[in-house]
Design a protein around this ligand. Structure first.
Ligand code: FES
Length: 141
């Protein structure tokens, strides 16, 4: 991709508490990406997968669980820094979410990562491998 692609507005990311879209990566695989409000640079973009196990952080119909500047993994509760993508707790400790390059200009968010191609807004419906906590989960939001 050689040109930037307008994704949405900063206001929408803030109002909706996160914004999900799907890209095709350099390995020709679909990847979900989440835009997250971030005080330091308005918006950060992370691959929508926990680094511990295959688990979406943003789930359709639920959205993101955010707490004290962090994104909470719904499966085992590790919390990733919204702006840095790093995790220093729980099963995902000492890892970081893969990032996707975005730029904010005039309150609009643009995809500027040459290694991916925008596919669509929203999630990748074909990839339904979430292992969502069942009734035995002790995570409470
Ligand atoms: S799957 Fe996210 S902490 Fe285990």
């Amino acid at each position: 991709m050689s040109e930037r692609y307008r994704l949405t507005s900063v206001e929408t990311v803030e109002e909706e508490d996160g914004w999900l879209f799907t890209v095709r990566d350099e390995h020709d695989l679909n990847q979900e990406v989440i835009l997250v409000p971030c005080d330091e640079r308005n918006v950060a973009a992370w691959v929508n997968n926990c680094t511990h196990e295959s688990q979406r952080l943003y789930r359709e119909g639920v959205g993101l669980v955010r707490r004290n500047g962090g994104i909470v993994c719904p499966k085992h509760g590790s919390i990733f820094d919204e702006c840095a993508g790093t995790c220093n707790n729980g099963p995902a400790a000492e890892t970081a979410l893969p990032s996707v390059d975005v730029t904010v200009e005039d309150e609009q968010v643009y995809l500027t990562d040459d290694s991916v191609d925008f596919l669509w807004a929203g999630g990748d419906d074909d990839d339904d491998d979430d292992d969502v906590p069942g009734s035995s989960s002790h995570l409470q939001f």
